[in-house]
Design a protein around this ligand. Structure first.
Ligand code: GLN
Ligand code: ZN
Length: 767
């Protein structure tokens, strides 16, 4: 049996890559220094895995920005607009690469970056390959061969990893009409053959082809493409050992297809879809190897050895030990690097820490499982197993996790999931009490997080200023924001969210059942890393979280101040979630905590409350047949958090740019009195679906893009509002920016909002 790793985090245990690339972009270090950082990270990753006893160690899993962009470069899929970058002799290959990733503004050139989008259902973002009708491919970068040789020089035999040809094409986008991207496969394959030839010459033994699309819904063209591609490859390289890796979903109706591919091994995600193993074991052709993805690559919990051993034994019995590999469920780039670096008891207690494993520990788990399989119950293996059982037992019964009071709260049949009355009745009552003009103006919540605001928080965290001082500073900033909003003439004000570092972390820090790591960074895109909160236990709200800020802001003004909360689905979606109960249950618990906050805000006299759910769409399962089940509990969680208020209290929700087409009914079911959405970049086109489906409640389509420093004019916003009023009755329209303003400065913010308020009042005059 072999241990197999699909990919190791490339950011470095102390985010060395982030620091180095940002310095390089700022012109502070040379390209040689940047490259040296890469060499260092690769070396230490390979050595760590070698030392742990991993048999199949990945190479080419390293990337300076994104592994999909690496593929585009390798295959020569470089959009024409970047060709000028190469003509400048002072630029190297890496400058072209970064130009594609980040755009290029130098020497009279101004070239936009390639598009970026989420990697399946993760929080990682990849650079979308661009294809034209006459798309040519040719080997451009030999990174994969170079890195294999680099490891070889260190005495380490690796398994090069690349994205398989079908998934690479499916990840990309047609930039012209008149062709289907899979038509390009025929032209693409010769480049794969070229690469494989070079790898073979370099004496590669195994090659890993990532084909995550095998876990998704496929049409017949895509299915045929898989067969065609791997038959072509196999014709040329029958003896080269080829591993096709699937992850993030089970193979389901693609099982027969995947097992029929002429390759030596298939990798399965048995964390996401453990039940698929039985069907696979029944259908697997003899002699084919299976890589069992049993160690969770997407979460931070310790592996349960007893469970894993059962699966491994079952597989060995069926296909023989020589045909079994064990592996993480997917690449470990979705895990933080090293739990050993978490040494601060105040942040992460050892009791909780003993339940967890980061990438380095997951590698060790694979090695331990292999020992347990090979050497059975002899010492010191029994100790390994006993320790693992003990940690799991401790977690199962820990008081830190289980709170009967919370558990009974969620099963409480009195939990309201419906408002007292329907929207038209509520709206009338709200109109009476809120006295807002037609086309009310508002913002999405946050105001500029200036350097000062961030420095106060960091001083407070470092205990350089006291809690009172910190609070005083934030109060002054809140007052400033209120005065500015009054001066601009907005109708519904916000307090500005100055007390928040981040819309999830802020709540996580105050909720029971959450912990944080000091160094648990995961790559989000390029040099950007996130450190998700960890939900380890039953979630509850010991005390009000936002009431004092909203009340304080409301006390300063006669205008209505909108309370500001993050919704349960978004909190869940942007955290590492416990795996000992269904996600829906954890979401329900968060919903109850938010509901209590909503009730306290209402009691404190806040009449408008916004519950942000920007992540509701990204939580959608990869397979369409699973959508309704998810949407059912996600919408229910929102309703739990928002339904217990009286009719007069106005509930808002906010969602960032997203396609609402196929989920509009579920959005309507959420029954928020007002929904604000990102719309300006689509020129109000996103609104069409709301009108088509007769979305019944109020809508605030964003009238300007907050991602850009540019100040929109009153006229252009009037045009957008006019357009909106053609599809949504004007009595149901709100006027607001696309999203929160935390990334803008005050000058831009004031100017833009003034124009926006003017646009609204012009529109009102015309009614
Ligand atoms: N209320 C949040 C803000 O304004 C919403 C952010 C978001 O949608 N991502 O910052
Ligand atoms: Zn938003």
């Amino acid at each position: 049996m072999q241990t197999n790793n699909l990919g190791y985090p490339r950011i470095g245990s102390n985010r060395e890559l982030k620091k180095s690339s940002e310095k390089y972009w700022a012109g502070k270090i040379s390209v040689t220094e940047l490259i040296r950082t890469g060499v260092g990270i690769r070396k230490s990753n390979w050595e760590l895995q070698k030392k742990a006893g991993i048999d199949l160690i990945p190479s080419n899993d390293f990337s300076f920005y994104d592994h999909v962009l690496d593929m585009s470069l390798m295959l020569g899929a470089i959009p024409k607009r970047y060709h000028k970058v190469i003509l400048d002799k002072s630029n190297s290959e890496i400058d072209l690469y970064f130009a594609m990733a980040r755009g290029y503004q130098k020497n009279n050139l101004d070239i936009k970056a390639m598009e970026m989008t989420k990697w399946f259902d993760t929080n990682y973002h990849y650079i979308v390959p661009e294809f034209t009708k006459d798309q040519k491919f040719s080997l451009f970068s030999t990174k994969i061969v170079d890195e294999f040789l680099e490891a070889k020089n260190l005495g380490i035999q690796t398994k090069p990893v690349l994205i398989g040809p079908v998934s690479f094409i499916l990840l990309g986008k047609e930039k012209e009409t008149g062709f289907h991207k899979l038509d390009l496969l025929k032209n693409l394959l010769p480049v794969y053959i070229d690469i494989l030839t070079r790898l073979k010459e370099a004496q590669v033994e195994w090659v890993q082809f990532d084909e995550p699309f095998l876990g998704l819904d496929l049409d017949s063209t895509a299915k045929e493409a898989f067969i065609y591609a791997y038959e072509e490859i196999n014709k040329k390289f029958p003896t080269l050992k080829k591993l096709v890796a699937t992850y993030f979903e089970g193979l389901r109706d693609n099982t027969t297809l995947a097992l029929s591919l002429p390759v030596q091994a298939i990798h399965l995600d048995l964390v996401r879809c453990p039940q698929q193993i039985d069907e696979i074991l029944q259908k697997i052709p003899s002699g084919k190897k299976l890589s069992l993805g049993i160690v969770d690559g997407r979460n931070i919990w310790k592996n349960n050895y007893q469970q894993s051993l059962k699966t491994i034994h079952k597989t060995i019995e069926k296909i023989g030990e020589e045909n079994v590999m064990i592996a993480p469920s997917c690449s470990l780039i979705h895990s933080p690097c090293d739990l050993d670096l978490e040494t601060n008891e105040e942040i992460l207690t050892s009791e909780i820490k003993q339940w967890m494993a980061f990438a380095k520990q997951k590698i060790e788990e694979l090695a331990s499982l292999k020992k347990l399989i090979e050497k059975g119950n002899s010492e010191p293996n029994t100790t390994l197993l006993k320790e693992n059982i003990k940690a799991h037992r401790n977690r199962e019964i820990s008081d830190l996790i289980h709170d009967q009071r919370i558990k009974s709260k969620i099963t409480d049949i009195n939990l309201k999931i419906k408002r007292e009355n329907t929207f038209p009745i509520r709206k009338e009552k709200q109109n009476y009490i809120l006295q807002l003009p037609i086309l009310p103006t508002t913002t999405i919540g946050s105001f500029p997080q200036t350097k000062e605001v961030r420095s106060w928080r960091s001083q407070y965290k470092k205990k350089q200023i006291s809690a009172e001082q910190y609070e005083q500073l934030l109060r002054a900033e809140t007052e400033k924001a209120i005065r500015i909003q009054e001066k601009i003439g907005l109708d519904v004000l916000v307090h500005g969210e100055f007390e928040r570092n981040d819309m999830v972390e802020y709540f996580g820090e105050q909720l029971k059942g959450f912990v944080f790591s000091k160094n648990g960074w995961v790559q989000s895109y390029g040099s950007r890393c996130v450190k998700p909160p960890i939900i380890y236990g039953d979630v509850s709200r010991p005390e009000p979280m936002t009431v004092q800020w909203s009340s304080y802001a409301q006390s300063l003004t006669d205008k209505k101040v909108k309370g500001m909360l993050t919704g349960p689905v978004t909190i869940l979606q942007w955290s590492f979630v416990r795996n000992d109960q269904p996600r829906s249950e954890t979401c329900n618990q968060i919903a109850v905590a938010i509901k209590e906050e909503v009730e306290d805000l209402e009691k404190a006299g806040i009449q408008i409350i916004q519950i942000d759910e920007p992540a509701i769409r990204e939580g959608l399962p990869l397979r369409k047949s699973d959508w309704q089940e998810y949407l059912h509990w996600a919408v229910k969680s929102f309703k739990i958090s928002s339904s217990s208020v009286k009719d007069e209290t106005q509930i808002h929700t906010h969602m960032c740019y997203s396609e609402f087409n196929d989920i509009i009914e579920n959005i309507a079911e959420m029954d928020a009195d007002v929904i604000t959405i990102e719309c300006s970049r689509s020129n109000m086109e996103l609104l069409d679906v709301f009108s088509k489906f007769n979305y019944p409640n109020d809508i605030g389509p964003g009238v300007y893009d907050i991602h850009s420093p540019r100040i929109p004019s009153k006229e252009e916003m009037e045009r957008l509002l006019d357009k909106a009023s053609k599809v949504i009755p004007v009595e149901r329209l709100w006027v607001n920016p696309d999203c929160g303003l935390k990334t803008r400065n005050w000058e831009e913010t004031e100017k833009a909002l003034k124009e926006m308020v003017l646009a609204a009042s012009e529109m009102r005059k015309q009614l």
